[in-house]
Each structure stands twice: as structure tokens, then as C-alpha cells.
Design a protein around this ligand. Structure first.
Ligand code: PLP
Length: 419
């Protein structure tokens, strides 16, 4: 018999195998000091494009004040139990009511973390006889939620209506035999490529098929729609979303999340959501902080306007310079380049060290081999100067990529990977 750890000693996994070359720089980079549109990385100032703070609330003085006061009043211990037993307060309820009203649903329920909350909500919504139909490009939390499902599940081709319909037909046939129902899951905005889920078209299919629609709107909440209520509001179909999810980790620059929908469904989830029933309630300081942030989201539309001014300047600047930014329909701004992983590493190093631009790099196996994705998240705190400097830097690194500079620079890295 083998030792359980043998496989770990041999194979560190698709990302872990890069640890020696990548850790501390490309992955697990250590950020220093205050983090905003600019920050320090290895002692140098860099323009930051990989921070989850769409509306620039993280360092807003009013937010900082409320966060500090809440921390002074409650510390990080309160409340000291799970919601159902000893972790429930008026403020938790108030936040839920305000969130529900904001996203135009009857009721909401708080989640400690978006990831676990999504897993748990999927788990609670389906039983063995039900069928889940979901986008093949779904976020890991959706995939993990689906993994808990004991019944059938089908992926459809990314945002492909024909494939969605085909899978709904398959699922309908199965449900007619099992007596179950269908849960269809999409993201409001796909976080890597920035496309919006085809919520409107999917909801249109409700006329032909019987299913319930669950939308993970992590990147849409606060950034899309006239009031910032997300991708459903943007596409004019919020009512057709049966369960709406958003995290506080993006637009609200905090921790925590929520689901919203009809009161009866939220009441059911309150009593069946294992990640909330068997885990400590969302901390008071986060609840108080979220109330403040939500209030600012509601009353300061200029934050979203500034965000979009920056998004439009960045995305149109990239397009004017001939960069491929794919099919984004949101703030998420991908830049696609052709190159190997070692070339991508040399390129990102050049960007950070010589041009003071810090953005995330995504490579195979997350995207197809031979592609490099530089993923940029604009925020309301970025300035036109940040954007101009970044565009300039991007033009230079593209030239170097095309003239083989990074291939030469990365020869040693390539050799160590046998490429
Ligand atoms: C689409 C999507 N869903 C869920 C999550 C998880 O949210 P949280 O960070 O609150 O756990 C994320 C965060 O990266 C996300 O992008």
C-alpha cells in the first residue's frame, strides 16, 4: 500500500509545479504598505491593476472611519456563534433588508464568504432527483457546489444558447422520469474574460422550459445596471433571476456575501444552508462596514461613473493601440497576447520592474496553451495618468514580445521546464 502523501511528493499539481520559479513574485507576491491605484511591490511604486476595489471604497475616509469605529466597538469576536444559535443581531437583519431592497428582491440572506456560500446554496437548492445545468466556464465555487450534487449535472458551452437549450432538453427528459426539477446556473459577469452571462436570453427560455435560474453576480454587483444592482438590472431581467448572489469582496471591498430572492426561498435557505448553520456568523465589524458601503453605493453614483470613465478610457485606449481585449462587456479588462509561459514570466517581470505596472497574469491551464492573458481590474481610484502610463508600457512590452526579447530572456526558465 502507498503512503497517502506519495502522490503529493511526486506531483505538486498544475499550478504548484511552478512554485519554485513563481512563488513570491508571480504568485503569492507580497504587497507592501497602502494598496490603492498605486502600491509598493519589492520597494518600488507600481500602478496596480489587480485589486478588488471597483468603486474605490477600500481607502475612502468615511469607510475607514466606520470600519475603525465598528472594530473598536465590537472587536473581531462578535457575534460568537452561528447565526441560528447565537450569531443573530438586528444589524444582520437590517443589512439583509437593505441588500434585498437594493437588488429588488423580497429577501436576502448573509453569507460569511462568497465561495462557501455559493457551494452551500447550490447544495441546499437541489436534491438527488434534480438536474443542474451550468456554464462550462463557471467559477470554481460553482463547480465545487455542483460536485456536492448527487444527481445529474450537465455543462453547456460557454454562453452558447444552442448548447443551453440542448442541455435543458436533456435535463427535462431526466426530470420527467425522476420527478425532479432543473437548476440553471450562470455568472452575471465571467470574471476572467469579462463577458456578461446571457441572462436575458436564458430567462426568455423560461417560456419553453421549466427551470430555476441562479446567478453569481460577483463582478456585476455595484458595477452594472443603472443603480449598480448588477447584470440582471443591466439587462432588464432582474425579476427573472430566482436566486441572486453577490460577494462583498469586489465592489464593496470587504469580506462577506449574500443571496437574495423570494422570501419563502430565503426562509428555506436560512434553515438549510450548511455553511451558515454550522459556521460562525458574519462578524459585526463586517456587517456594520457593509451597511456603510451599501449606503455609499446607493447615494454616491459618482463612484460608479468614475469607475466607468476609467474602464472606457482603458479599454478604448487598448483597442486603439491594436490590443486584443476579447469580448468583455464589463469592467474586467483582459489583454490577450501570444506566447509561452516562460515568455509570459519575462514579460510580467519587465512590466513590473521597468515600467512600474502590476497586473495579474493568467496562463495555461486556466486559458488555452500559447495564450497569455494579462487581466486588469480598473477601479474608481485610477487616474488618467495611470492609464496613459500603462498603455505606453503595454505597447513597449508587446513590441518586445513580438521581436523575441522575452524568448531570449526566458531561455533559462524554458530550459528548467523542458519547453
Ligand atoms: C464569480 C465569483 N464567485 C464567487 C467568488 C467568491 O467570493 P468570495 O471572495 O466572497 O469568497 C468570486 C471571487 O473571486 C467570484 O469571482
Amino acid at each position: 500500500m502507498r503512503d497517502l502523501f506519495d502522490k503529493i511528493y511526486k506531483d505538486k499539481g498544475p499550478l504548484g509545479k511552478w512554485a519554485e520559479q513563481a512563488e513570491g513574485y508571480f504568485v503569492f507576491p507580497k504587497l507592501e504598505g497602502p494598496i490603492s491605484n498605486r502600491m509598493k511591490f519589492r520597494g518600488k511604486e507600481v500602478i496596480t491593476w489587480s485589486i478588488n476595489d471597483y468603486l474605490g471604497l477600500a481607502n475612502h475616509p468615511e469607510v475607514r472611519k466606520v470600519d475603525a469605529e465598528a472594530a473598536a466597538e465590537y472587536g473581531s469576536a462578535y457575534p460568537m456563534g452561528a447565526r441560528m444559535m447565537s450569531g443573530h443581531t438586528d444589524l444582520h437583519e437590517k443589512l439583509e433588508q437593505e441588500l434585498a431592497a437594493f437588488v429588488n428582491k423580497q429577501a436576502a440572506y448573509l453569507l460569511n464568504f462568497g465561495y462557501q456560500g455559493m457551494v452551500s446554496t447550490i447544495d441546499a437548492l437541489v436534491s438527488k432527483s434534480d438536474v443542474i445545468v451550468y456554464d462550462v466556464d463557471a467559477h470554481a465555487c460553482i463547480i465545487d457546489g455542483v460536485r456536492l450534487h448527487l444527481g445529474q449535472r450537465f455543462t453547456y458551452k460557454h454562453n452558447d444558447m444552442e448548447s443551453i437549450e440542448k442541455n435543458l432538453q436533456r435535463a427535462t427528459k431526466i426530470c420527467e422520469q425522476t420527478g425532479g426539477g432543473i437548476l440553471l446556473i450562470s455568472e452575471g459577469v465571467f470574471g476572467m474574460r469579462g463577458e456578461q452571462g446571457k441572462l436575458k436570453e436564458i430567462i426568455e427560455l423560461k417560456k419553453k422550459y421549466n427551470f430555476r435560474f441562479f446567478v453569481d453576480d460577483a463582478h456585476g454587483f455595484g458595477t452594472l445596471g443603472a443603480t449598480g444592482a448588477g447584470a440582471g438590472e443591466e439587462q432588464g431581467v432582474q425579476d427573472g433571476i430566482d436566486v441572486y448572489f453577490a460577494t462583498f469582496a469586489k465592489s464593496l471591498a470587504s469580506t462577506g456575501a449574500f443571496i437574495a430572492g423570494d422570501k419563502e426561498i430565503m426562509d428555506y435557505l436560512k434553515y438549510n444552508l450548511r455553511s451558515q448553520m454550522f459556521a460562525k456568523s458574519l462578524q459585526m465589524q463586517l456587517v456594520v462596514g457593509a451597511l456603510k458601503r451599501l449606503d455609499m453605493l446607493r447615494t454616491m453614483p459618482e463612484l460608479k461613473e468614475k469607475l466607468w470613465e476609467n474602464v472606457n478610457a482603458l479599454q478604448s485606449g487598448l483597442k486603439q493601440r491594436g490590443f486584443d481585449i476579447g469580448t468583455t462587456q464589463s469592467c474586467v479588462t483582459p489583454v490577450y497576447l501570444q506566447g509561452s509561459i516562460p515568455e509570459a514570466m519575462a514579460l510580467v517581470k519587465d512590466l513590473r520592474e521597468n515600467h512600474g505596472v502590476f497586473c495579474s497574469i493568467v496562463v495555461y491551464p486556466v486559458i488555452p496553451k500559447g495564450l497569455i492573458l494579462l487581466r486588469m481590474i480598473p477601479t474608481a481610484t485610477h487616474t488618467m495618468e495611470d492609464i496613459e502610463e500603462t498603455l505606453e508600457a503595454f505597447s513597449i512590452i508587446r513590441d518586445r514580445l513580438e521581436n523575441g526579447t522575452y524568448k531570449r530572456l526566458s531561455a533559462a526558465v524554458s530550459a528548467s521546464f523542458g519547453e
